[in-house]
Design a binder for this molecule. Structure first.
Ligand SMILES: Nc1nc2c(ncn2[C@@H]2O[C@H](COP(=O)(O)OP(=O)(O)OP(=O)(O)O)[C@@H](O)[C@H]2O)c(=O)[nH]1
Ligand SMILES: [Mg+2]
Length: 223
């Protein structure tokens, strides 16, 4: 079985399309969805009703307010009950058709990172470039760390204790694999920019990201 962790915050406009596509792409696979929903809208209700009708296994965790994407994934990791797992955004920027090829690659790897061919608007390109340079400088990672589709072997998470709650969560997660000499593979994907619902990243988020990134680097120094 494969556990699919899906963090959601007010994705009622895309969640149905996401589940329909997931069902189609994983029709011959035994999978379970772990939905960590912080929404004020009916994202979770739509998801649960679709899964019930279509006999899809789902563990839905509803939290009262938005605590950050990283915090949602950390909560989802506690529910893992499979050898292989996937993390994917629910806004259809990452097509579920990439899940199976990435899981196949886990035969020879512990973590597979999808690498996006970016089609971002100019301001996101700029923020992305700046963030990428800083990540390269502080952590030496010279690749797409922020892609919202990742696959990994659950056993590689032994002793994992992630502190990040927001957007630098990805760096801390990937750093765990590097620190433990686990094998990381890369998989190039086409990536669609969000068509429905609202982005949870604001320009003001970049200050928080910068602070969190430096804090994470210092924490790693002290360890
Ligand atoms: N549970 C939970 N999910 C979140 C939170 N913040 C974001 N998410 C989800 O995490 C995923 C990524 O968030 P997005 O807003 O799409 O971030 P992004 O892809 O960098 O930005 P866009 O380009 O606008 O799509 C989506 O499925 C969101 O619903 C949160 O605080 N809690
Ligand atoms: Mg998105």
């Amino acid at each position: 079985m494969v556990d699919i962790i899906v963090p959601t915050l007010n994705e009622s406009e895309s969640i149905l399309e996401f589940f329909k596509t997931l069902k189609k792409e994983l029709k011959s696979t035994d999978f379970r969805v772990i939905l960590i929903d912080d929404s004020a809208d009916n994202t979770s209700k739509i998801a649960k009703s679709f899964c019930k009708k279509n006999k899809i296994k789902i563990k839905a965790i509803n939290r009262k307010k938005a605590k950050g994407k990283g915090s949602a994934i950390n909560r989802g990791l506690k529910e893992l009950n499979s050898e292989e797992a996937v993390i994917i955004d629910a806004d259809m920027e990452y097509h579920p058709k990439y899940i199976l090829p990435m899981i196949k690659m886990l035969k020879k790897n512990d973590l597979i990172l999808s690498v996006r061919k970016r089609k971002d608007p100019v301001y996101r390109k700029f923020l992305g470039y700046f963030f990428k340079q800083l990540v390269k400088l502080l952590f030496g990672f010279n690749f797409d760390t922020q892609s919202g589709l990742k696959a990994f072997k659950a056993k590689s998470l032994k002793n994992l204790d992630l502190k990040s709650k927001n957007w630098v969560w990805d760096i801390e997660f990937i750093n765990h694999f590097f620190k433990n000499n686990l094998k990381i593979g890369f998989y190039e994907i086409e990536y669609n920019t969000r068509k429905k619902g609202k982005s949870k990243i604001k320009i003001s988020s970049s200050c928080g990201m910068l602070k969190d990134l430096i804090k994470l680097k210092m924490l790693n120094f002290l360890k």
